[in-house]
Ligand binder design. Sequence first.
Ligand code: SF4
Length: 234
Amino acid sequence: MTILDDFKIKALNSRFADGDPKSILEHSILNLFKNKIAYVCSFGTESAIILDLISKIDKDIPIIMLNTHFLFKETIKYKNELLKLLGLKNYREVFPDEKMLNKYDVDNSLWKKDVDKCCNLRKVIPLESSLNNFESWISGRKSYHLGDRQNLKAFELINNKIVVNPLFNSTKEFIDNYFLSNNLPRHPLFEKGYLSIGCSHCTVKAKNIMDPRQGRWSDSSKTECGIHLNKREN
Ligand code: SF4
């Protein structure tokens, strides 16, 4: 493993401070983490951009989707459409561990009682196991999504993996223009007012276009599922 140290991460963030997504991805995929990087993709409202960029660099990069069993049917359909359209060859779907579901969420209602525990069971733990053989993973977060994402940088160290954020500095205008100029299809729910899309139980339409993640866990104080957070030391 050649995990970058703080000094190298700082140097990379300085080099890519302007935030050109294509350059960040090319350097990560072809140089820094060759054969040791995956894209963890939600197939949400803006995922098509990174998928399109990856397809132009290397169609064999692993694309990992965390299937919580609670995804919108529109997301599954959109995922199939994008994989086919872009010719991506290395798709992997990761599910929660059945034994753990039977133990901790036998009636599929944990999300009603404890959203943090539910995300941990259905997203954080499955992702951790699926990344065992990777040094790095790509995330689609953007600082314009506000909240904890406002101070995002291109490269971060999270739970001993380098997380690459090619769109960290991208604006809504860049996103909209990219879809148009590359003729990429939008998520079917985007047209209906969903600006950020996760599980169907925890996603509603955003009321404020300037705050795209407002529709996630809207009746709780939760803002992140936890896959982008460092584990707490006990
Ligand atoms: S987003 Fe909601 S349903 Fe999905 S894993 Fe998290 S708490 Fe559970």
